[in-house]
Write a protein that binds this ligand. Structure first.
Ligand code: C2O
Ligand code: CU
Ligand code: CU
Length: 517
């Protein structure tokens, strides 16, 4: 409830700030529409080895101004890492950043020691080697840093890339297969730049409460790019790589989005939608019919977040302009995609181990804390308030809030040394995750598994959210998921379960857990 009150007061100031910083559109009209950059596919060499180097660079994100960015094997984002099902791939991750990082493989069923969570830090100048051998169906997953307290910063700076699990058994020959032509990867992220054109990232009381939101939408690192596609069926591999923003995809002319895959692989059959919400961390694969040759835009439409929509997101924002030209390929939309195992019935579900996770905001950050902060420092000052690494509560009580425990699971902030529980390999479990009813969407993600959604925020899951998932929507009610682990994770390298609003993750809304054989 208190997050709600805080949001209502902060939204007025945020709206004023956003209006004041809106860029004139003249440059956009004058400039050429940039082409959609396609991340190259990164395939292991004959020895099964591959290198990812986290490095600094500069990119042009808005106008001609150079922005300092971070990327893998380049200045921004990273290549699409191809992992053939069942084959070992050794990834050497080199850290050439000025600070420690880590690298997590979001969506992969791999042991805790390879998972790359906050307990596997890589110091500047050092490298870390992960053995990735996945045994899971074809899917679009992703990799991103997961360092303690700084995941949001590292992703905001540009560190993220797709993972393509290549599985001939679950691949569907009828689908478009030409990478970057009719099989199109789209990494969607919002950013905020400061007056000197640099990424304006803050982890402070305000972003700990609501997440970091930008006012500039990028697709593969470029604002509103254009793709010259064949006149045929297009397969879009979508990643919401935003720190906190939920996207609501649609086409400019209302043409249908046929969802064919979710986080962990293909659905049973395509699901036709006019709008598709994607929460931070989620992936969907969508087919779009471009056979007519008529150009269209892929957009994100307004969606309430934190109880409001701020410019430019109060109107449709273009993510991609599609210009169909040239010959169609052989790709088409199949009727059937995959066979998903039937879910257990209600009585069988009752016999499963149940885990309960309750998401909440630290009362320290609630009414009193927020009001005291605002009264004393004003919202503008608070938005730039540095993190306080001590957790003592002195006479300036509100200032002494440790932002690292601003958000909680079961009343506790993240503590790697205190795993919540130990699950067993191969044993299905029922997890119930409950929000605090405070208007915040929590995209809740679990490492080491692809689960099935039994109920989502108090309702039956929508058809396109009934397949393999690693992230579930939790807002003001309870979501239930059927979880199973296939690998182990010990106390030294536990798995994580956390909100994928990265500022919630970085400020405590994360739990470690172990899985034993
Ligand atoms: Cu995408 Cu624990 O993360
Ligand atoms: Cu993950
Ligand atoms: Cu959250």
């Amino acid at each position: 409830m208190d997050r709600r009150r805080f949001l209502q007061s902060s939204s007025l100031i945020a709206a004023a700030t956003a209006a004041a910083t809106l860029q004139p559109t003249a440059w956009a009209a004058a400039a050429q529409v940039p082409a959609l950059p396609i991340p190259p596919r990164l395939v292991a060499d004959a020895q099964g080895r591959v290198v990812l180097t986290a490095q600094t660079g500069t990119s042009r994100l808005r106008g001609a101004r150079a922005t300092a960015t971070w990327g893998f094997n380049g200045a921004l984002l990273g290549p699409a890492l191809v992992l053939p099902r069942g084959k070992p791939v050794t990834v050497e991750v080199r850290n050439r950043l000025p600070q420690p990082t880590s690298l997590h493989w979001h969506g992969l069923l791999i042991p805790g020691r390879a998972d790359g969570g906050p307990e596997s830090p890589i110091a500047p100048g050092q490298s870390w080697t992960a053995q990735l051998q996945t045994d899971q169906p074809a899917a679009t997953a992703w990799y991103h840093p997961h360092p303690h307290h700084t995941s949001g910063l590292h992703v905001a700076m540009g560190l993220a890339g797709l993972i393509l699990i290549d599985d001939p058994d679950s691949a569907i020959a009828a689908l478009p297969q030409r990478w970057g032509v009719d099989d199109i990867p789209l990494v969607l992220q919002d950013k905020r730049l400061n007056a000197s054109g640099q990424i304006d990232y803050q982890l402070d009381a305000m972003t700990a409460a609501v997440g970091w939101f930008g006012d500039l939408m990028l697709t593969n690192g470029v604002a509103a790019p254009q793709h010259r596609a064949p006149r045929g069926w297009l397969r879009l591999r979508l990643l919401n790589g935003c720190n906190a923003r939920t996207l609501n995809l649609a086409t400019s002319d209302g043409r249908t989005l046929y969802v064919i895959a979710s986080d962990g692989g293909f659905l049973a059959e395509p699901v036709a939608l006019k709008t598709l919400e994607i929460l931070p961390g989620e992936r969907f694969e969508v087919m779009v019919d471009a056979r007519s040759g008529t150009p269209f835009d892929l957009q994100t439409r307004p969606v309430m977040q934190m109880g409001m929509t701020l410019p430019p997101f109060d109107a449709p924002v273009t993510l991609l302009r599609v210009q169909p030209a040239g010959d169609a390929g052989p790709g088409r939309l199949p009727d059937r995609l995959a066979t998903l195992p039937a879910l257990p019935g209600a009585s069988a579900l009752k016999t499963l181990t149940q885990r309960r996770l309750a998401l909440s905001m630290n009362p320290m950050l609630d009414a009193q804390g927020m009001q005291a902060l605002m009264a004393r420092y004003g919202m503008q000052a608070m938005a730039g308030m540095p993190m306080d690494h001590s957790s003592g509560h002195g006479e300036h009580g509100a200032m002494k809030l440790d932002l690292h425990s601003a958000n909680l699971i079961n009343g506790q902030a993240f503590d790697a040394a205190r795993p919540l529980f130990d699950a067993r390999v191969g044993q299905p479990e029922r997890w119930t995750i409950t929000g605090a009813g405070d208007m915040m969407r929590h995209p809740f993600h679990i490492h080491g598994t692809q689960f099935r959604i039994l109920s989502e925020n108090g309702r039956a899951p929508a058809a396109h959210r009934c397949g393999w998932k690693d992230t579930v929507h939790v807002e003001n009610a309870t979501s239930e998921v059927l979880v199973r682990f296939t690998r182990t994770a010990d106390r030294a390298k536990p798995y994580m379960a956390h909100c994928h609003v990265l500022e919630h993750e970085d400020t405590g809304m994360m739990a470690a857990f172990t899985v034993s054989a």
